[in-house]
Design a protein around this ligand. Sequence first.
Ligand SMILES: Nc1ncnc2c1ncn2[C@@H]1O[C@H](COP(=O)(O)OP(=O)(O)O)[C@@H](O)[C@H]1O
Ligand SMILES: [Mg+2]
Length: 373
Amino acid sequence: MTPILAVGVMSGTSLDGVSTALVQLTDDPLEARLVAFRQDAYAAAERGQIIEAIARGGSRDLALLHVALGERFAGAVLQLLAAAKVAPREVAFVASHGQTVWHEPGRATLQLGDPAVIAERVGVRVVSDFRARDVAAGGQGAPLVPLADVLLFGHPERGRLLLNIGGMANVTYAPRLGVTEGALAFDTGPGVAVVDAVTRRIDPAARFDLDGERARRGKPARKVLEALLADSYFAAPPPKSTGREHFGPDYAARLVDDVKRGGGSDNDAVATATALTVETIARGIERWIRAGPEDELVMSGGGARNPWLVEQLAARVAPRPLVPFERLFFDGEAKEALAFAFLGFLTTLGKPGNLPPATGARGPRVLGRITPA
Ligand SMILES: Nc1ncnc2c1ncn2[C@@H]1O[C@H](COP(=O)(O)OP(=O)(O)O)[C@@H](O)[C@H]1O
Ligand SMILES: [Mg+2]
């Protein structure tokens, strides 16, 4: 088929901003190509409003947020297209993940960012609400990137682990490129959401622990870390997924209090949160995934921009190689937005987008809803 262009829009649990990817697609998944990528950071006030609406918002707040996020996503898509010098009419569809405002595994998951607004402003068909159908089919609706991981980013001859460290961290085991049989994926627990929230609690003006400098100067509080590691989430077998409902600002506030009560410093609290992410990623892989010891761990997401976190993770998983996603493919922060463009493509073709062993759904399902242009 002649290549088509699509845009993937992602706003993750870290609430750092909107990621948009312009993607070229053909019927061969391996030809999926990133054409352009953009990140639009939320202003601190904007992030605060979203967090507030999630935590305490009533129906009106959520309804207004739905429309406001739709505008925000539409604006991000238009800017991406303008920068890439691509006209909206050249784009086959926009795949919008939306902003998760509630994720209660096995019961409900809700993403806001009205697709009608995106379709109206951009003038392009929109695929959205990817998670709902999987939940209706008994799944958790998450993680959804795993099918894209296996079909696009697996190793051609052996096993590969794909780790995305966003607000939450998730890992996919791809037995081989294109082979879904034996593939497994789950959220290992918090990625950077707790590190971010702990850092903001200590320094409200900070966006995150820039380059991991606080964690580097601190020391994990062993007792607190052990207590956190005893959380039943980590002991539960896949399928499993989690979110800010569990590993959010309240969780971070308790972590800071516990570290302080034990005589630890601000930086020790950030170091403890960082160590929790590193340890739960490593344990999740060791415990639930039958990967060979030489199967590489390929890392993407904003957490991979934190050099201290990466250093600690590399030491913890050694001798397993830890490889940055961009060394093999493209900017790792664009991976999820590209993956949703790919999932949207599957939807438009009437093909399933979930990986049932990852979500726990009763079977493969065509995901999403389509809003005409
Ligand atoms: N230079 C950096 N130093 C430390 N952390 C960083 C840096 N750059 C990005 N990050 C982390 O990446 C996060 C954003 O990651 P992202 O993959 O967009 O997550 P999500 O998909 O949940 O939005 C930020 O909140 C921050 O924790
Ligand atoms: Mg993000």
